[in-house]
Design a protein around this ligand. Structure first.
Ligand SMILES: C[S@@+](CC[C@H](N)C(=O)[O-])C[C@H]1O[C@@H](n2cnc3c(N)ncnc32)[C@H](O)[C@@H]1O
Length: 427
């Protein structure tokens, strides 16, 4: 069966995969259709052809499932918005089960997913891109084809962030989009916003006018300029204060955090706190090592239950914030700056918490963890593939005790997972 790009065919999806694509068969060819849901039938247009598979876009849905909320979003960052919220939870649990079974041979129980009713406007940090236009225009990436498009309302924005974006979009400011690249906004419960202009240089056309205008936004408690280090990275480690303070404060009751523009914090407050409550139940005294600790949010949340918490983090801005945050929390804390793979071999503790970036754990760290006898290992991951890669190595010394999907990023295919592991020798 000869197919060409641009042809329209009829397919039925037998699966919704981990990228939110419907997977269908057309004769011997596997066809991936962005936004098509399992059991749906559609007319689709072929947009890419490879030897064993094709990629297609929906032309018309012929049979629609009750799990569909709407048509697929054009934005790449809303790649699961078309699925109803409860079905997104089921999707994530199923993807996690399949992945663990395929990669690790794990077919054990999966705990109920940690999620929240707040599935829109949950993001306390959002990145907008500056469009290549002479007047300031903000946007995001479209999924197909991948290109920047103007975006005013983004349904995941917190309300304070949304108000600031609306005000920014109304300004008429001549800028140089070759230099001025992104606007990053963070908001807290008091509806305060820390805004960061990201550029490749310290000055650019329109900067002074923009600062004057942003000063009038009542939400903004601080405005910084951050220097973009390279094409791929958004924020670098060079920030300049333009007005206010390079600081935003969060009060989550048990947890009080001060952040700067470069600090890491989970974007979804409700789900973050529920996940940390789950982790709390796993701590009963002893020395806890919080590896990849960022500004210390996990360590400080459980610190009152531990004999001592040792944090390891390699980013200077996060380390400084962690030292500041230490003042607001009861417990014994030691904060160490450095790479986890270098520091951890010299430490001993009872429970190890790891919350690494998407790349997962460093290879040498994995070897150390198999030799060191932590009673319990708590692994919070934002990338399923590196999580299962790491667990495959850790299976030598640890058993999976609990596998918990975490719906940290509703409306998207990003997957957060919590795994509680027990040392095989401690059972
Ligand atoms: C996913 S964040 C987790 C932060 C923290 N657990 C939290 O939720 O606030 C990962 C953190 O690991 C840090 N990091 C990355 N590579 C590291 C390494 N090799 N050693 C120590 N920290 C590292 C990053 O700077 C970042 O703060």
């Amino acid at each position: 069966m000869q197919l060409n790009i641009g042809d329209t065919i009829e397919v039925t999806a037998h699966e919704t995969d981990m990228f939110g694509q419907g997977v269908a068969k057309y004769h011997d060819l596997v066809v991936f259709v962005k936004g098509l849901i399992k059991d749906e039938k559609a007319l689709v247009t072929i947009r890419a052809l490879k030897k064993h598979f094709a990629e297609a876009t929906i032309k018309k849905i012929l049979i629609q499932t009750s799990t569909r909320r709407t048509l697929p979003s054009r934005l790449g960052s809303l790649d699961l918005y078309h699925l109803r919220d409860e079905d997104q939870n089921n999707w994530q649990t199923q993807i996690t089960a399949n992945h663990f079974s395929r990669k690790l041979g794990y077919n054990g129980p999966i705990e109920p997913i940690i999620s929240s009713q707040l599935t829109l406007n949950y993001r306390n940090k959002v990145v907008y891109h500056v469009l290549p236009k002479p007047l300031l225009t903000l946007g995001m990436y479209e999924a197909e084809p991948i290109q920047l498009t103007e975006v005013h309302t983004f349904i995941l924005n917190s309300h304070a962030i949304q108000r600031c974006v609306a005000k920014l979009q109304q300004q008429t400011v001549e800028i140089d989009p070759e230099i001025f690249k992104h606007v990053v906004l963070r908001s807290n419960e008091k509806e305060q916003v820390l805004m960061t202009l990201v550029a490749t240089q310290k000055t650019f056309t329109g900067l002074d006018l923009l600062v004057e205008k942003i000063k009038t936004f009542k939400e903004v408690v601080g405005l910084t300029l951050n220097i973009k280090p390279n094409e791929k990275t958004i924020l670098g480690n060079e920030s300049y204060l333009l007005f206010g303070k390079n600081e935003i404060q969060f009060d989550f009751g048990r947890l009080k955090l001060k952040l700067s523009d470069q600090s890491f914090m989970q974007v979804n407050r409700d789900v973050m706190l529920k996940t940390y409550d789950y982790i709390r139940k796993e701590i009963q005294g002893g020395i806890v090592i919080d590896c990849y600790s960022g500004i210390g949010s996990i360590g400080f949340y459980i610190g009152d239950l531990a004999k001592k918490v040792i944090m390891i983090e390699n980013n200077q801005a996060n380390i400084e914030a962690a030292h500041e945050n230490k003042k607001y929390h009861q417990g014994h804390y030691e904060i160490i700056k450095g790479n986890a793979e270098k520091i951890l071999p010299n430490l001993t503790g009872d429970i190890l918490v790891v919350d690494p970036p998407r790349a997962g754990l460093h290879d040498s760290l994995l070897q150390v963890l198999n030799q060191k006898t932590f009673k319990k290992l708590i692994y919070l991951s934002c990338e399923l593939s590196t999580l299962t890669r790491d667990l495959k190595v850790l299976q030598e010394a640890y058993d999976i005790e609990k596998l918990v999907p975490v719906r940290m990023f509703p409306q998207t295919t990003s997957i957060e997972t919590l795994v509680i592991l027990k040392n095989k020798n401690n059972q």
